[in-house]
Write a protein that binds this ligand. Structure first.
Ligand code: TLP
Length: 344
């Protein structure tokens, strides 16, 4: 019985075509700027997002942390949604590495209202901590793969510009938002000084993220801190080739993952013990709740595993299932049967 792994879209394995591209990649030492495949990926990513430059880094966490480090000073503050990846899953790096304080704003399914952001920006008086950066996450992971409405981003941008605060986008899953809305990636990216995008989530590359910006001084700063953080790689073209392949072949198929996520959500909705609103499934992340069920969250995760379905418990009675290129519609149907049997 093949395992249906819905824990994350990070679990995807490189396809045969991707492995071939990796094997053929022309490489060089990227610390000398001499890896032609890394350079090609960086140019490609910058072009796609309508920016001047990009820096290839090992992970989404590093891309976010570089963005924070290069746009803040120790002792300043960063506005971020309370369930953002930067808050929950980056091991306190913003405090530990950049020396900044995070100012949490609780949004609706991860989306902050422009008025909330405005209220969170500190006054410029001699005693208040200074707001250095505003971070948004699109799609919002813990919010349930929520797409940031472009109109909301535009209004937050207007607030940020009026108060002269730069903005960073954690776009680990920006291409899911792009696939769902059919808006070009640059239409989102134009509102941010820096954008991070991940190649190793729904796009299916084994590793790698990009930090993208228009500001060449910021890219050079990021290159130095990438080195400091231990993220400067050598013949990284092998990984960059996977990224190029992903951008060329796997963006167009993301809508399949979104269709499968909706399919799973509709199946879960039919189980009385499950609380879920399929309308809230914007992209490839399905969050549902089974609070009060006889099985505790770890027991449910274990029972599902026995039946070949892997998901993550994310606190309280909530669970997350993520669709991706290694999960077919038929696999979703089988997972749906397992959920119905164990929770019904
Ligand atoms: N998210 C992972 C876990 O770390 C939770 C997942 O399984 O979803 N930004 C966002 C919005 C993310 O969801 C993630 C990874 C990252 C950044 C970090 O990427 P990596 O894992 O490459 O450091």
């Amino acid at each position: 019985m093949p395992i249906i792994d819905l824990r994350s879209d990070t679990v995807t394995k490189p396809t045969d075509g991707m492995r071939e591209a990796m094997a053929r990649a022309e490489v060089g030492d990227d610390v000398y700027g001499e890896d032609p495949t890394v350079n090609r990926l960086q140019e490609m990513a910058a072009g796609l997002l309508g920016k001047k430059a990009a820096l290839f880094v090992p992970s989404g966490t590093m891309a976010n942390q570089l963005a924070i480090r290069i746009q803040t000073q120790p002792g300043q503050e960063v506005i971020v949604e309370s369930k953002a990846h930067i808050v929950r899953y980056e091991q306190g790096a913003a405090g530990a590495l950049a020396g900044v304080q995070l100012h949490w704003v609780t949004g609706t399914r991860g989306i902050m209202a422009p008025e909330q952001v405005e209220a969170a920006i500190r006054p410029q008086d001699p005693y208040s901590i200074q707001t250095a950066l505003i971070c948004l996450e699109n799609t919002h992971n813990s919010g349930g793969g929520t797409i940031y409405p472009l109109a909301t981003i535009e209004r937050i941008r207007a607030v940020a510009s009026a108060r002269r605060v730069p903005m960073h986008l954690d776009g680990a899953r920006l291409f899911n938002a792009v696939a769902a809305t059919t808006l070009p990636p640059a239409s989102y990216a134009q509102h941010f000084e820096t954008v991070s995008v991940c190649l190793s989530k729904g796009l299916g590359a084994p590793a790698g993220s990009l930090l993208v910006t228009n500001d060449l001084t910021l890219i050079e700063k990021a290159r130095r801190f990438r080195r400091m953080y231990g993220g400067a790689m050598r013949q990284a073209g092998i990984l960059a080739a996977a990224g190029i392949y992903a951008l060329e072949h796997h963006v167009g198929r993301l809508q399949e993952d979104h269709d499968n996520a909706k399919r799973l959500a509709r199946k879960l909705q039919q189980i009385p013990a499950v609380t879920i609103n399929p309308q809230h499934v914007d992209t490839n992340i399905v969050i549902f709740d089974v609070t009060g069920h006889r099985l505790t969250p770890p027991a449910l995760v274990d029972a599902l595993k026995q039946d070949g379905v892997l998901i993550n418990a994310i606190g309280g009675g909530s669970f997350r299932a993520v669709t991706h290129l290694d999960v077919s519609a038929a696999a979703i149907d089988r997972a749906g049967e397992v959920f119905a049997r164990l929770l019904g």
